[in-house]
Design a protein around this ligand. Structure first.
Ligand code: TYM
Length: 335
């Protein structure tokens, strides 16, 4: 008799809060595509997380659809990967509420992203921004995910997810699989091109600090040519003393597959001008097919609609099972 081994499961997501950045591509999406054969993968557009910061509704809708097109264009085959919009699967809101009641004020107060975001949005420090890690824990636990591929900045949120799951399992018995974060060795923390001590982020005040996945080649090149380096004029990896050059080396390493030693040898005795041009070109070439395919897919809204509809159905089948189990455990009367 044939035995089928249950594949391990992955869940991850990105907020459609603006244009996708080179950081989210290198820290997350690029690794997702490589995992599809080995794992049973669920990738979402985390639109419910996005409204923790005020959005223009039409932009949120457009960004959500563009993000789906970019996922597919980055190599996520919608047959092999379940691609869905978070708000299309009501189980996220359902489990999110339950987990709010098993997440402590003190632990949420320690989240560095909450501290950062509340400083940046001082006029809108809403309850959702504060409890966001409980919603994110629900996203992961609904699918009984084994692995959560994210950039380094999300590690703390995966850790609190594990704590919440362990707490719940401790009270009610085995309910949730305890997930592991999966963080790339290189590319986990892409820094701003103009202030390399800060993470590259779409909320960067300086438009030259952040490169977008779907940006025009000439704009990408201009940003890399302006990237901040140092006065040593030597391409050498040294995060503490040469954050700008080290960041560019990381980006170049991931986009070309070269090691730091190979990069140092390639640019020995050459100026930063050559180096920055080469990094820019490698990023342009890595992103070019993705941008072109995203544009092609965006012209076919009917196709994208079939993908997110079927994604929501497939995701709901798994997620609803977890919600039923949890509702029963906490003592909700069966309908
Ligand atoms: P978000 O939307 O801020 O970022 C999406 C993904 O990109 C990674 N990332 C980076 N990696 C390297 N360098 C950077 N500069 C950089 N900027 C972003 C992030 O680590 C992340 O992996 N809360 C999440 C979205 C989310 C989620 C989830 C993730 C919601 N539910 C469940 C995993 C599982 C977020 O805001 O990511």
């Amino acid at each position: 008799m044939e035995t089928t081994v249950q594949k391990k499961r992955i869940l991850s997501g990105i907020q459609p809060s603006g244009n996708l950045t080179l950081g989210s591509y290198l820290g997350a999406i690029k690794n997702w595509a490589a995992l599809a054969d080995e794992y049973d993968c669920y990738y979402m557009m985390a639109d419910m997380h996005t409204i923790t910061v005020r959005q223009v509704p039409a932009d949120l809708r457009r960004n959500t659809l563009t993000q789906l097109a970019a996922y597919i264009a980055s190599g996520l085959d919608p047959e092999k990967n379940v691609l869905f919009v978070q708000s299309h699967v009501p189980a996220h809101a359902q489990l999110g509420w339950v987990l709010d009641c098993y997440t402590m004020f003190g632990e949420l107060s320690r989240m560095t992203q909450f501290k950062d975001k509340s400083a940046k949005n001082a006029d809108n420090i809403n309850a959702g921004l504060f409890t966001y890690p409980a919603l994110m824990a629900g996203d992961i636990l609904l699918y009984q995910a084994d692995l959560v591929p994210v950039g380094g900045d999300q590690k703390q949120h995966v850790e609190i997810c594990r704590d919440i799951a362990n707490r719940f399992n401790g009270i009610y018995g085995e309910t949730f699989k305890i997930p592991e974060p999966y963080i790339p060795k290189v590319g986990a923390r892409v820094m701003s091109l103009t202030s390399p001590e800060n993470k590259m982020s779409k909320s960067d005040k300086d438009p030259n600090g952040c490169v977008y996945m779907l940006e025009k080649p000439e704009d990408i090149m201009r940003k890399f040519k302006k990237a901040v380096t140092d006065s040593e004029a030597c391409v050498r990896y040294d995060i503490a003393n040469k954050p700008g050059v080290s960041n560019l080396m990381q980006i170049y390493a991931v986009s070309t597959g070269k090691t730091f030693e190979e990069i140092e040898a390639e640019f020995a005795g050459r100026g930063y001008g050559d180096f920055k041009k080469a990094v820019g070109e490698s990023v342009v070439e890595m992103l070019r097919p993705i941008r072109e395919e995203t544009e092609r897919l965006l012209a076919d809204k009917a196709y994208l609609e079939t993908i997110y509809r079927s994604g929501a159905e497939r995701a709901s089948r798994v997620a609803d099972r977890t919600v039923s189990k949890v509702y029963k455990k906490v003592g909700f009367l069966a309908r």
